[in-house]
Design a protein around this ligand. Structure first.
Ligand code: 5GP
Ligand code: ZN
Length: 114
């Protein structure tokens, strides 16, 4: 998708610090980390947000959770814990309209989700 910053990262038009890649998914370090470990996991398919996920994406979405599992073990946060967040729309503060899953870890996170 033209003018999508995450599609540009997928196409290597913008550099990123990659932590995982396969044919369906890319994961890279957030440029403005909110925790010692802050990784974004994105589908290579341009899906703007949760609202545009369709039935045909079932395998892809399930795979994203497999990848999160792999990354958690690779980053050694499987024992200590982590949080996965997907913002959707204005009130959630979604800035990039390409579906992404934040993995946050590396310190004791707040007990609230807001
Ligand atoms: P959102 O607010 O849409 O849920 O999160 C977007 C995230 O993308 C933010 O945490 C922001 O720091 C990150 N981000 C925005 N542009 C870039 C970029 O060019 N490179 C990387 N690595 N992260 C980015
Ligand atoms: Zn995109």
């Amino acid at each position: 998708m033209e003018n999508c910053i995450f599609c540009k990262i997928i196409n290597n038009e913008i550099p990123s610090n990659k932590v995982y890649e396969d044919d369906m998914v890319l994961a890279f370090k957030d440029i403005n980390p909110q925790a010692p470990i802050h990784i974004l996991v994105i589908p290579k398919k341009h899906i703007p947000s949760i609202l545009e996920i369709s039935k045909e994406d079932d395998t892809l979405i399930a795979h994203i959770y497999d990848v999160i599992n792999i990354i958690a073990k690779k980053e050694n946060i499987d024992k200590t814990g982590f949080r996965v967040i997907t913002n959707c729309g204005q009130d959630a503060g979604q800035e990039v309209m390409h579906l992404h899953f934040h993995i946050l870890a590396g310190r004791k996170l707040g007990t609230k989700i807001i």
